[in-house]
Write a protein that binds this ligand. Sequence first.
Ligand code: NAD
Length: 344
Amino acid sequence: MVAVKVGVNGFGTIGKRVAEAVALQPDMELVGVVKTRPDYAAFYASSRGIPLYVPEDRLEEFRRRGLEPAGTVEDLLGKVDVVVDATPGGVGAKYKPLYEKHGVKAIFQGGEKADVAEVSFNTLCNYEEARGKRSLRVVSCNTTGLLRSICALQRVARIESVRATIVRRAADPKEVKRGPVNAIVPNPARAPSHHALDVKTVLPSLDIVTMAVVVPTTLMHVHIVYARLASSVTREDVVQAFMDTPRILLADDEAGLASTADLVEYFRDLGRKRYDIPELVIWLNSVNASGNEVMWMQAVHQESIVVPENIDAIRAVMDMASMEETLKTTDSTLGLMRGVIPRK
Ligand code: NAD
């Protein structure tokens, strides 16, 4: 099998996770990552044997620090088939002309505007539409979480409308500039929040409204979701649909998984690197169905939930696998689970 050559631009929260996930794929080769500063993350990448590519005017700075870059950003783009852009929101759009100049396919992140790419992407919702495109945008962490459960529920009955409240973490654990926050901040104090608009970049005809607040935590986001369906369903139908869907876990609060802190502790106990939880976690006992109305609560690990979708996005643009094939390969290589947790 000829491995697709992948570069990752930006080695922060998302970039480092995507780069390490790419390196685990049997059909991909991680050619290298772009670092702009010779900081601890550059030393970490170097210690793991990941080649560093840097802006031309930074080559000397890296060398002075004892790090030998494998080349410049343009050198990397000359070697790869696909670049995953994981630079801060808005920076990816500035790189787009360079990616086009080198004829590489590009995967952007949710911090970019939707028009940066041909298609906004979620594996379970629109994999087929994304196949063979030149560029995709993997939607944000909150949007990815919403889309996973919405597209799972769509298999039970047609969805007439979705209303959701997003309780957002204030910052990632490593971010010191945004905290501490001692407030609950409407985000913004009107409807809809941008999350509904972002969901509609993937499901344009869905009637969805969201409102959001920011709370003082770094661990995970929580969503309270209400859906109205075109026909009546039972709670068992809905739970079964979530159970059958890849990358969805159902957490049993009666076994102590009753908060985001408990979820994080459980995945620390399991030895997950960086306590990552790329699965969407739905609280089992929060799932409620009455006639054609369904409600549930779900938790999103913002630092890792988009990683599997980035891997699938690479296979989609290269048109190298079906949705079923990429779900199987990505989830087995990343050790993702489905069904009820905790488990024996
Ligand atoms: P980050 O700040 O942790 O990482 C960005 C990295 O890019 C940093 O290492 C930074 O040094 C580097 N960088 C900055 N300017 C650069 C440039 N010009 N060229 C190359 N590298 C540059 O950010 P992040 O949280 O990983 O976010 C990246 C993207 O992923 C954003 O679009 C964001 O909206 C999206 N996203 C973030 C999260 C999250 O919770 N952190 C979740 C989903 C999606």
